[in-house]
Design a protein around this ligand. Structure first.
Ligand code: ADP
Length: 270
């Protein structure tokens, strides 16, 4: 009996070891997969805009005399747009690294939501050139404690997606409502929306819904970062589909601070 028990124990230990090895192998494979995805994504996302910049700059240099004024302006616009895209991509990569290192600390100050959204939208003008932007914010939205830099980055990432995944000429709506001690901010577009099974997965790093999405510039990091930033400000970010028509909706919920915790800018300057 003793021998049988010893055998069983040895078998059990062996099995635990096997499971542990498998776990380790799986984790290593997952890390490998992520690293591979990162490399592919980085090479693609750096090279595509860089080729456009190089192409436009070379044409400008070689044909400078021959090109009509408008053609030169178009080439310069390409150079600026593609450089901005490169810049956004690099900002995303750095943000993700900082998030993962736990190095994102929100610096929360009282902000008027409508003013903050307005400023962000004005800065974003270039991203949403092909879309109509509708701001649907009641003037009476309560002030929130926000980190304006993080908040703007969240809006950039959401609006950048609306611009990428909803057709040109369609409308992107930013809607704000106040409810039960929180402010709800929604970004609604008129694209194809999200498969219901993917509404949570889109926040995973490098996850892209459609294979075809990977041919568009993007990192698959934008939403992971946006969620990380919203959470750093004490809120939540979720994805879903519109009820009124086809299109995606991204919802930010942010807590309205208790009266004592909010010294509004107006009160402070009064
Ligand atoms: P990226 O846009 O760089 O691929 P994101 O993390 O911002 O990365 O988005 C992840 C994926 O979620 C996208 O590749 C796309 O498949 C899907 N997605 C994001 N926003 C939208 C949207 N507004 N409409 C439809 N699909 C979207």
């Amino acid at each position: 009996l003793f021998d049988a028990l010893a055998d069983m124990a040895a078998l059990a230990i062996e099995r635990v070891r096997l499971v542990e090895d498998l776990d380790r192998a799986e984790r290593a494979a997952e890390t490998d997969r992520l690293r591979q995805a990162l490399l592919t994504s980085i090479s693609h996302d750096l090279r595509t805009p860089l080729s456009s910049v190089l192409g436009a700059a070379t044409t400008l240099r070689d044909l400078e005399e021959a090109l009509p004024h408008d053609a030169k302006k178009d080439l310069l616009a390409t150079i600026i747009e593609e450089s901005e895209r490169l810049n956004r991509f690099i900002v995303n990569l750095l943000d993700m690294t900082r998030l993962e290192a736990g190095a994102i600390a929100a610096s929360l100050t009282p902000q008027d939501v409508d003013e903050t959204v307005d400023t962000a939208l004005r800065r974003l003008g270039r991203i949403l050139t092909g879309h109509r932007v509708v701001l649907d914010l009641p003037t009476a939205l309560p002030a929130l404690r926000l980190d304006p830099v993080l908040f703007e980055q969240v809006l950039v990432n959401l609006l950048d997606n609306a611009a990428k995944y909803a057709p040109e000429g369609s409308t992107v709506t930013v809607r704000g409502t106040a409810e039960h001690g929180q402010v709800r901010l929604e970004v609604l577009d008129e694209g194809d929306g999200l498969p219901e099974a993917d509404v949570e997965r889109v926040f995973d790093k490098f996850y892209r819904v459609r294979k075809s999405d990977s041919v568009r510039a993007g990192t698959g990091l934008g939403l992971a970062i946006a969620r990380g930033f919203v959470e750093a400000m004490g809120g939540t970010l979720t994805a879903g589909n519109r009820r009124d028509r086809l299109g995606a909706v991204f919802t930010i919920l942010l807590p309205v601070p208790a009266a004592g915790h909010l010294h509004s800018k107006r009160a402070a300057s009064a």
